[in-house]
Write a protein that binds this ligand. Sequence first.
Ligand SMILES: [Zn+2]
Length: 259
Amino acid sequence: MSSRSYQGRHYAGRHRPQRRVRPPRALSAGFVLPSTAAAALVVTATGATVAESAQAPSFDLTGQQSQVARSQEAAGEESATDIATRRQDAQMASSAIQGRAEERARAARAAKRKAAAEAKARAEAERQAKKWVRPIDTWNISSGFGWRWGKNHDGLDLAAPTGTPLYSMSKGTVLSAGYKPSFGYKVEIQYWDGSISWYGHMSRIDVVAGQSLVSGQQVGAVGNTGHSFGSHLHLEFQQTTSHDSPLDPVPWLSAKGLY
Ligand SMILES: [Zn+2]
């Protein structure tokens, strides 16, 4: 070999061309699947195994493959929508249950308030019924309890014109109502606390034995019947129903705030 001709090993043409690395066919652009594979993916698209398809290698998608992918994506969105819908339904059902519970609670509170108001009204009515009042509006004592005319006067005499209304002094029951020679027209009342009053010399009786009375209810009128000299109420208090056991009216009336 001549020196002219020698050019060492660095002859350009001798350079071994770099080996071109080709991508696998499967990954190259524009790759078209064999018809069987395409058919398999279409089948997948129409329904069955999304997971299997998801594991399929990533291709540059042809139109058909894009359709498959879109279908899968759509299926995913549909599932998400379903889940959201179910979640919303569950929330609505939960809200409805909570709403009904709150409605029941409100109704219970309203019933409780109503019951309390009714109880209060009953208590007030009872208090009013049991209130102590005077038997006669005009309080004019003409004779007191004690010794008079050689014997004890067992009550208070309250002077008033004939026909003046007489009232029950509180809630009670009529023990007797009728005419007695000495008392004339007389009404006996036992009150809710057990105490007993007699009204004598009445001109009229408006109640009957056994009748229930409330405070202030009219039982008759002032008169001058029986052993009486002038129109007045003879007011007497008894300790028991069984025998004549008069009480001094003044302490009794004072205790009730009426004297
Ligand atoms: Zn008297």
